[in-house]
Design a protein around this ligand. Sequence first.
Ligand SMILES: Nc1nc2c(ncn2[C@@H]2O[C@H](COP(=O)(O)OP(=O)(O)OP(=O)(O)O)[C@@H](O)[C@H]2O)c(=O)[nH]1
Length: 341
Amino acid sequence: MVVLAGFLGSGKTTLLNHLLHRSGGSRIGAVVNDFGAVEIDAMAVAGALGDSTVSLGNGCLCCAVDASELDEYLERLARPSAGIDVVVIEASGLAEPQELVRMVLASELPDIVYGGLVEVVDAAEFDETRAAHPGVDRHLALADLVVVNKIDRVDDPEPVLKTVRSLVDRAAVVPATHGRIDPEFLFDCRPSEERIGQLSFDDLHREEDEDGRHTQHLHAGYDTLSFVSEQPLDPRRLIAFLDSRPAGLYRIKGYVDFGPYDTRNRYAVHAVGRFLRFYPEPWPAGAARATQLVLIGTGLDTGALRAELEGCLSDGAPHTDDEAGMWGVLRYVQEAEDPAA
Ligand SMILES: Nc1nc2c(ncn2[C@@H]2O[C@H](COP(=O)(O)OP(=O)(O)OP(=O)(O)O)[C@@H](O)[C@H]2O)c(=O)[nH]1
């Protein structure tokens, strides 16, 4: 069992998808823990995994009451007939990794072996994330492997790599772009006995008891908004909304239906801090045409945001004379970018 954690939008799902495509002979199962009522992450990996994905849906895995709940999911993936070698638990971007590690260590399933904590870091947003959330340092100190992702977004990766190395406790620090790390590296990443000692149940409980379980979780101060609509969105209105998004709105993910503006494709959307990208992809056969978005941030007026998103709904006007309607969106589509390549 490998626990995959990292702050919102750092690239956990991207890394998981890379592992799924490059795992060689190993079979990988995944437990996807999303934050928000719409299971965007589960949708993003489901195609690649089929029956080997378990999605925990709404809520946060680190707040699950006990390990037995997790065991229920793991049992499905760990049974020999599933033929799965490695299970990756992708934590929501706001999860507390030590809670997840504690739950894996507490698993009563005989076949479950804890295989380490992988933390993904967004190299481009690292300084700001740390400044806003000092808890991130604590997470890095617990990690067995730190993937410093999005190296392509920084001019000089050395300063961030140096800072990360100063925060880890013997963990390997690997720079990466689009989560492309050697899977062998990750699967071999077993914690030494010393590390298990460091992450003993006692230590983890102690931390929990002293500080209170929920109050210090990263997600305690976060607002989330899930927006679902079967009515397509108007591309110009959505771009106007995104261009003026409030600073506290740190993360947006999901799929957008632009209706008649592009009947063939849905548009996966990712905003992380200042970063915004659309990824058009053909609608999967049989998929319901709908927009599904999750917005996460601090100090959000979720009622006002919902109203603004409702204001982005298309009024159904024909667009035949409006070829330029999608230009704003296409500005944020990157050509020939294939995260899985
Ligand atoms: N430029 C660049 N973008 C990346 C890289 N890795 C991931 N991304 C993009 O960053 C965005 C967020 O990636 P995800 O993999 O969804 O991040 P996540 O950590 O699973 O996000 P949460 O589930 O919200 O915590 C997507 O638009 C990715 O395509 C990278 O190395 N470079």
